[in-house]
Every structure is written in structure tokens, then in C-alpha cells.
Design a protein. Structure first.
Length: 203
């Protein structure tokens, strides 16, 4: 699918750099490679997407989100990055991986915060930007460099209109408390979202 975003030499925010974990593995009997990202959310605990499970040693897995595409695993890293809440209209920066394990950066603007039925205290948010493949499980930062979310999906609505979906860090924390050992069969939430709010624009 190619790389998303733009090449980055390094993560500019020291606290985020210390918590960022690139994921890379050979898949399909070693024929192809796959890339993603993870973040240390608390000392010794990292989070990524469940659909990145093939990029993480299964012996390290602690559990999976009950109502999300999240997976938690052990890490020797002790980072604990500062967090904040997403705000509609706020500019954001996301980090992820490109082909060949290259660090990538993407920018965007939050256009909607969506509530989840039965999970009202733990939403996800949508931003318009140029993240995509390789950004799964990676961090989304606010303008002050604080961690506000974990990317989990994207949707191309037109050639120049891509929406990226991320779990609010409050939801990530709730899912970790409710983690379970088995994998989920969760359908993509964004496909049933009633509206995209300010994201509804023509590309």
C-alpha cells in the first residue's frame, strides 16, 4: 500500500520518543513485511492495535480491549508520557512506520469526537490528515506534544479526504482495566458512526 505521511528523522517530543515502539515483522511465510507502532502507556505496559498482533511476541501479550481494537503487552520500557484530552478543531501530530521500518509523521485537525453506545465515558475521535498504513497503534499528539490518542483506522472518503480514527487515552486506560485474555470480534466502529460532524466535507 506504500507509506503514509512524510519521512521523519526522529520524534521531536522527548517523552513521546521514549515511549514510542516501532513494530516490524515478516508475514505471509516471510514473503512480505508489515509495520505498525505501539506506545508505552504506563511503566512496563505498552498498547497497540489488536490487528497488529502478528507484530508482537504472543508471550508478551497481557490482554485485549473488550470493546476496541486494542491489545496490551509487556515491555521493559518504563516511560509514562504526559496525556491530554482531544479537542475539536485542535491541530494534531501522529507518528507511525513506513515501508522498510522508516519513521513517518503526519499532521491533521480533529473534526469530531464520537461517543460509543454503552461506553459514553470513553470516546474515539476523528481527524482529517495524511496518516494511514503503518500508523496503526501509533500515537496522536496535541499541539503541546501530549499524548491524546492511539490510531486504529482510516477511511478514504475521496482522493483528498482521508479520515483517521483514534482512541482517546481515557478510553485506552478504561480498556486496559477491562482487558480480557481472548481476542475480540469487534466490527470497525467508524463504519456505523451516525455522522462525522465537521468531518463531513467534500474533498
Amino acid at each position: 500500500m506504500g507509506s503514509s505521511g512524510l519521512p521523519a528523522v526522529a520524534i521531536a517530543e522527548p517523552d513521546i520518543a521514549a515511549a514510542y515502539l516501532p513494530l516490524h515483522a515478516r508475514v505471509h511465510l516471510g514473503i512480505d513485511t508489515a509495520d505498525g507502532a505501539a506506545m508505552v502507556m504506563a511503566p512496563g505496559v505498552a498498547v497497540t492495535n489488536e490487528h497488529n498482533a502478528n507484530l508482537v511476541d504472543p508471550k508478551l501479550v497481557l490482554g485485549y480491549g473488550t470493546q476496541s481494537d486494542l491489545m496490551f503487552f509487556r515491555t521493559p520500557r518504563q516511560a509514562s508520557p504526559p496525556t491530554a484530552v482531544p479537542v475539536v478543531g485542535q491541530g494534531v501530530t501522529a507518528y507511525g512506520q513506513g515501508e522498510g521500518g522508516q519513521l513517518r509523521i503526519a499532521h491533521g485537525v480533529i473534526c469530531n469526537i464520537a461517543q460509543v453506545p454503552g461506553y459514553a465515558d470513553s470516546p474515539y475521535f476523528i481527524f482529517a490528515g495524511n496518516a494511514g498504513p503503518g500508523f496503526s497503534g501509533g500515537p496522536v499528539l496535541d499541539n503541546s506534544g501530549r499524548l491524546i490518542g492511539i490510531t486504529f483506522a482510516y477511511l478514504d472518503r475521496s482522493k483528498h479526504n482521508r479520515l483517521i480514527f483514534a482512541y482517546d487515552m481515557k478510553r485506552v486506560a478504561v480498556e486496559f482495566r477491562l482487558k480480557r485474555p481472548g481476542k475480540s470480534n469487534l466490527d470497525s466502529e467508524f463504519s456505523s458512526a451516525p455522522a462525522y460532524g465537521n468531518c463531513d466535507r467534500k474533498g
